[in-house]
Write a protein that binds this ligand. Sequence first.
Ligand code: FAD
Length: 460
Amino acid sequence: MTDYDVVVIGAGIAGGAVAWRLARTGLRVALLEKGSDVANGATRANSGILHSGIHEEPDSDVYRMCREGLKWYRNWADRLDFPLVNKATVILADSTESLDKISHLQQLHRSNLAPHLLAPAELGIRWPFLTDKIAGALEVVDSAQISPYEACRAIVENAIANGLEFITDCDINGVEKHGNTWQLQTSNGCIKSGIVVIAAGAGSNGLSKKFGLPLSEQKMLSGAYFMMNKAAKPITDAIFFGPPGPETKGVLMQNTVYGNLMLGPDSIDARKLEDDQFNWQRICNLWQECQKLIPELDRKDIIRTFTGERVCVGKGFQLENHLDSHGIVRLDGIKSPGLTAAPAIADKVLQMLGKYLDVNEKAGLIEKRLSPANAATNQPTGQIVCRCEQVFARQIHEAIRRGASNIESLRWQTRAGMGDCQGSFCRPTLIKTLQSELKKETGEICLKNKNSPMFTGDLK
Ligand SMILES: Cc1cc2nc3c(=O)[nH]c(=O)nc-3n(C[C@H](O)[C@H](O)[C@H](O)COP(=O)(O)OP(=O)(O)OC[C@H]3O[C@@H](n4cnc5c(N)ncnc54)[C@H](O)[C@@H]3O)c2cc1C
């Protein structure tokens, strides 16, 4: 039986940010994650934009949370060593209707974000790769881009350094309340805690049922992306949103923090995705939509497609305080811009918990962290494992030392396998390194989480 003051369930960016704040208080805190690493839900597969707030009402909570979040991430990126690139956001318009929309946004945010309208002639000079059918655009300077997995990994690693217990591969099989204490029967043993924070994204309804909370009306929206190779044109210095639709902000075109052109997402009701024909059509539609805006795009440059799913519950984020009745805070409906807002969401959770616990920061905290790539640079030479992304063996060893136990964790921590060949060359080396470092049999090597073995065993 392990005893905690607070247990946070779900190591996405919301749970990660809450755990990071709590680890700084000296309270006994555990972060439980059903996957083998951080960010197994929406936090891994999203656009990675730290939104300026231009799409929100200026007097709304979500707007304020975006502004606060941006400040937090800029500070975190410096201290915790993950990539963040400051970029302008440019919203394109191609019709009278979309021009009206961007003019409305400009009026709305005139005094806070100072966005400015761009005429087609200026667009043509600054970004000649855009179609000449663009009727105008709105530019707002203050936004940024991150690698969301790396940000999440960085804050959780720093929280661990400050005392957080991070428990992966953790299935919660049953829960019981004894007096003021929750007792969680998990695949990693029995865990006791006075307070539970549910930050499980799409898994939050399943958990709510276990904890006796009412279910929410979750709607799952899926977004598909194209990831292009680094040679794909154009290289952009801005984050482009296509013309806004009735329900969407418009399709995105941007270079990631590593320089790959990324296109997408669309926004589709996830229930439709059972149908293969529909899925194919959806990908074709997305491509056509992007090509309408940047005619020179070439399908040969696509190295991967992927999708991410967000949970939507009503308007805004649902930050539910059930502390008096259940000893629970539930975070639900953390849709976009939930990545941007996560630090501010964590702040609100801390305010809720402050009524019951001492959430002041303790002294002597560890403030710095180095990424695996930078932590491993004390050996300037060595074997290259991934040629496409220039990843060295020492970086792979460093990631394993930090807890990477499968191929996907290595890929996301070091970028080995993220390049043009998508792992054709480096994967056998990654497998062998995992085997030898973790003393595992071939059949125990997994692609992602514990239930995804890559092999049934040796041939001979
Ligand atoms: C396509 C797309 C694009 C987006 N683009 C942006 C953007 O550019 N900018 C922005 O600000 N926001 C964006 N968002 C929104 C953002 O990604 C989410 O708001 C954010 O990632 C939600 O984080 P979370 O921690 O709440 O959930 P998640 O990231 O889903 O994390 C939940 C975690 O809980 C774990 N879990 C689930 N059930 C259990 C259980 N029973 N026990 C233990 N663990 C469990 C999961 O494995 C997962 O790791 C986008 C979302 C999508 C889908």
